[in-house]
Design a protein around this ligand. Structure first.
Ligand code: FES
Ligand SMILES: [Fe+2]
Length: 396
């Protein structure tokens, strides 16, 4: 984030603290309960936001070396992503062209050739069919017609994008906009190393998982013994970038910045910037790296979802975190803390909310003036599905 913007965010947070204010939308909005429970709404989202929208499957650090690969199967099309001998990122449908079997079943690793487990057809990491057993028995085929199906993909600003539709277009300027691209570049995501992955499967709509990241109004109650000890609740800055947004949470450590010259301010000392990248990615920016959450519906259902959590750190931060793991340092451990807060507190509340909404006994939920990120996400989803925005309800 450019220094001027870091200073603006920190000053905004300090102003809110000093004046006991918060970011404020011009009203509240009512979000219909069926946003989360309707099968029809779910199928529209699946089609528009997943099957036919560019997907961020990871970061450059997911494919650290020439010969690295990873697989994903979260949005309807099984993906095999590789880094070839030239260092180029490639994406293929992970489906054998012989009889349709999933070719590579490991999540990640180092491999230049992929042999299908059924009959052993073998593809290289540029997708070409390089051999098949017993061609004299099987019959002669034109190998160049039986490579893995390639998908549009791009490695940009440290992100790995793939489009599940072979005719899809990935235009990061359109998706993110110049200002957010500059900000993403400034965090040097491309240099981060993947250190850990986790999955939280929850009985709730995928958007309820995202909603938990969208406000700090709940910190003093739901997180009173955890996050609230190191964060102020109900204080934040909020900024939008096309369909994307940044919520800047307020750390109690912001008090240290009051006596630090502005030119030395690091926004991450006083704030936790949380980016929401449309439609399903959350990036929490820490001092030594990022924690990324990718939200996906599960089992073709509005009622079940999985949060895929990936931790990426700088080499320096990794050394420090190892010391914590080995018990030589008593300090904040992001690996443990994230699960204890997000999985064990936020998602428990969100799953309860899903159950309540599914009862059919309330027809809407209410987003307050102090929850503008929720207004933005939900109106953005609606706009993308050609639904009317939800009107603001003025306070009496
Ligand atoms: S299905 Fe892959 S080799 Fe036969
Ligand atoms: Fe929370």
């Amino acid at each position: 984030m450019i220094q001027k913007e870091q200073v603006r965010v920190i000053k905004g947070l300090l102003d809110h603290l000093d004046n006991k204010t918060n970011v404020k939308a011009d009203g509240m909005i009512k979000n219909p309960a069926d946003t989360y429970t309707s099968e029809d709404r779910f199928h529209k989202e699946w089609d528009n936001f997943f099957l036919n929208h560019p997907q961020i499957i990871g970061f450059s650090g997911d494919l650290p070396n020439k010969g690295s690969f990873m697989t994903a199967d979260d949005f309807g099309v099984p993906i095999l992503a590789t880094r070839d001998k030239n260092g180029e990122f490639k994406c293929f449908v992970n489906v054998c062209t012989h009889r349709g079997v999933i070719v590579e079943s490991q999540r990640r690793g180092e491999k230049e050739k992929f042999s299908c487990p059924f009959h052993g057809w073998t593809f290289n990491n540029r997708g070409s069919l390089v051999g098949y057993p017993k061609p004299d028995h099987f019959g002669e085929i034109d190998k160049s017609c039986y490579g893995l199906k390639e998908l549009p993909c791009a490695e940009k600003h440290g992100f790995l994008f793939v489009h599940p539709n072979e005719n899809g277009v990935i235009n990061t300027e359109d998706l993110l906009g110049d200002q957010l691209i500059e900000e993403m570049e400034s965090w040097n995501f491309k240099d981060l190393i993947l250190t850990q992955e986790e999955e939280y499967v929850t009985d709730m709509n995928w958007k309820l998982a995202i909603d938990t990241f969208g406000e700090t109004y709940h910190f003093s109650t739901l997180h009173k013994d955890t996050l609230f000890e190191s964060f102020y609740g109900n204080v934040q800055m909020f900024d939008t970038f096309k369909r994307n947004a940044r919520l800047s949470l307020c750390k109690r450590q912001i008090e240290d910045l009051r006596t630090t010259p502005e030119k030395d301010w690091d926004v991450r000392v006083g704030s936790l910037p949380v980016y929401f990248l449309f439609p399903n990615i959350i990036i929490n920016v820490l001092e030594g790296g990022i924690i990324v959450v990718k939200e996906y519906p599960l089992e073709n259902s509005p009622h079940k979802s999985v949060s895929k959590v990936s931790f990426y750190f700088t080499p320096e931060a990794i050394g420090y975190l190892e010391e914590i793991k080995n018990g030589n340092e008593e300090n904040f451990n992001p690996y443990i803390a994230f699960g204890e807060i997000i999985r064990d507190e936020d998602y428990v509340a969100a799953a309860a909310s899903h159950k309540g909404l599914r009862s059919g006994k309330i027809d809407h939920i209410l987003f307050g003036q102090n929850e503008p990120a929720l207004h933005h996400y939900h109106n953005t989803y609606r706009e993308a599905l050609n639904l009317e925005p939800m009107p603001l309800i003025k306070s009496k």
